[in-house]
Design a protein around this ligand. Structure first.
Ligand code: ADP
Ligand code: MG
Length: 492
């Protein structure tokens, strides 16, 4: 018959139980006598301090005190031993103990005099608080990171920290760019998302600036996630290990500067043109009247008639040029009306059909919802007409395709519309693309080069914009505007 295990082992004696209890204590325990000599230690003390029991028993307690504290310790412990009291845990902060190898560790020490009848003995209770200190330090560091992060996140400026290929952006950067920080978390996504087709060029400039430790602040045009173009001013600071960028949206400032320059220019052109138009109108009308009379006289003489008709066309062109320049320079006053834009572009397209001659052009429009916006119908049709006319002119003699899509977007935090017009015509060279909105830039023998600048003025007067889409085969023009114009008071 087998016996239960407890019956097999002898039950330890009380002394042995106390010894096991002492050794099992998670704290280090030392017993010292009235002279501060070590009488007994537990195993925890051996392992923390690196001494064996034999080495420590009989030594003064100061063997465990750091060298620098030792001289002060002797009078203190003598004072204590003359009038011993319980010193609980935590009553003596910032203590350190010395290991056998001279290294030190932080500890918490409490003192407990034992109530023995014949002599004084004191139990020294030690807890190694290295781990607790480490956790406290970690918590403090986390807290200071949290505060720093809060501060950076609430800066009114965009701030970006660059670490190798990875970047960390703050909340203001998200507001400036429209992208979340996850979407911008590498240099590659930063340049790719914000600079579109200019990404490589801007990144090369940044690399060059970095080599020179960022000598200057750059003003850069970015493309926000909602496709708006904005201007930012970016100042970078860096050394070998850290790099920080600060950015501000300076679009309004730049627009205001541009507007001043532009309106001064326009005022000058306007004045000149008004004078010129006044002087020329009579002359043009007179020559047109004469040409009409000549036309009647020369009905039987085809060669002369052809010359007269050419002269008439030249006069027409001159008149159109005057009209467009005046239009470009004169102040724009919009009469906004809530309008179905699909009706407008279909009407403009229908009016243009006769001018296409033999070109066979497919027109396709695609918009899931009825596109309604507050526009000045006459002006908005002017924008569409010029874009269509340009596309028709860019298509080869055999014809091609013109398409239009419309979608709802959020535009400057308001509901808006984006209309994209594409053709598969000749497209433009990079130089032409850069100059598209420049007044008088034209590649046409009879162009005025004012169509696109006028279109831009009209779109901006609608609180919208017009821009050239990405480099594709053919040309893409994008219009964006608010559906409810901020300058129209909403009906009560
Ligand atoms: P204009 O039509 O009088 O030349 P615009 O301002 O309308 O003036 O256009 C300026 C120039 O931009 C055009 O002469 C042409 O070179 C170029 N352009 C405009 N739209 C297109 C297009 N869809 N395809 C190719 N080139 C275009
Ligand atoms: Mg044009």
């Amino acid at each position: 018959m087998t016996q239960p295990p407890s019956a097999m082992k002898p039950v330890p004696q009380w002394d042995e139980r106390f010894r096991l209890l002492l050794e099992a204590s998670p704290a280090g325990i030392i017993l010292v006598d009235a002279k501060a000599r070590i009488l007994l230690i537990n195993e925890r003390i051996e392992s923390w301090f690196g001494y064996s029991r034999e080495e420590l028993v009989g030594q003064f307690i100061e063997v465990l005190v750091p060298d620098s504290v030792r001289p002060h310790h002797i009078p203190l412990r003598d004072g204590y031993l003359r009038a011993p009291t319980v010193r609980p845990i935590g009553s003596n902060r910032d203590l350190t103990a010395r290991r056998k190898d001279g290294s030190e560790f932080p500890c918490d020490i409490s003192l407990h005099p034992l109530p023995l009848p014949d002599e004084l003995q004191v139990m020294v209770h030690i807890v190694d608080i290295t781990e607790r200190r480490r956790l406290e330090a970690e918590r403090r560091q986390q807290e200071s990171h949290r505060r720093l992060r809060f501060m950076i996140d609430n800066l009114p400026a965009g701030a970006v920290y660059v670490s190798g290929p990875v970047i960390a952006a703050n909340r203001a950067t998200e507001a400036i760019t429209g992208y979340t920080r996850q979407e911008l978390h590498t240099l590659e996504s930063w340049f790719g998302q914000l600079f579109g087709e200019r990404a490589a060029e801007v990144q090369a400039q940044y690399e060059a600036d970095r080599i020179l430790h960022f000598p200057k602040t750059r003003t850069l045009e970015i493309i926000r996630k909602d496709k708006q173009r904005r201007w930012i001013e970016l100042a970078a600071y860096g050394d070998d290990q850290h790099e920080v960028w600060l950015l501000y949206d300076v679009t309004e400032r730049i627009r205001a500067q541009d507007q001043v320059v532009q309106s001064e220019r326009l005022a000058a052109i306007g004045e000149m043109m008004t004078a010129l138009a006044h002087e020329s109108r009579n002359a043009l009308q007179r020559s047109q009247a004469c040409l009409e009379m000549l036309e009647v006289d020369l009905e039987q003489q085809p060669e002369e008639l052809d010359l007269v008709q050419r002269a008439q066309r030249a006069v027409d062109e001159l008149q159109r040029l005057y009209e467009e320049v005046r239009e470009y320079a004169a102040p724009l006053r919009l009469e906004l009306q809530s309008s179905n834009l699909r009706e407008l572009w279909r009407q403009v397209w229908a009016n243009l059909t006769p001018s296409m001659g033999t070109k066979s052009i497919t027109f396709q429009d695609d918009c899931p919802l009825v596109p309604v916006a507050d526009v000045d119908r006459h002006r908005f049709c002017q924008v569409l007409r010029n874009i269509f006319e340009n596309s028709i002119a860019a298509l080869p003699a055999t014809g091609g395709m013109i398409s239009l899509t419309s979608e709802t977007i959020s535009w400057q935090n308001l509901p808006g519309l984006q209309i994209t017009l594409r053709d598969n015509g000749s497209g433009m060279s990079p130089e032409q693309r850069a100059r598209l909105f420049e007044p008088f830039f034209t590649t046409k023998a009879r162009g005025t080069g004012l169509g696109m600048p006028i279109a831009r003025r009209i779109m901006e007067a609608h609180h919208g914009e017009i821009e050239l889409g990405p480099l594709l085969a053919g040309t893409e023009i994008v219009l964006r505007l608010p559906t409810v114009n901020p300058s129209v008071p909403t009906p009560a």
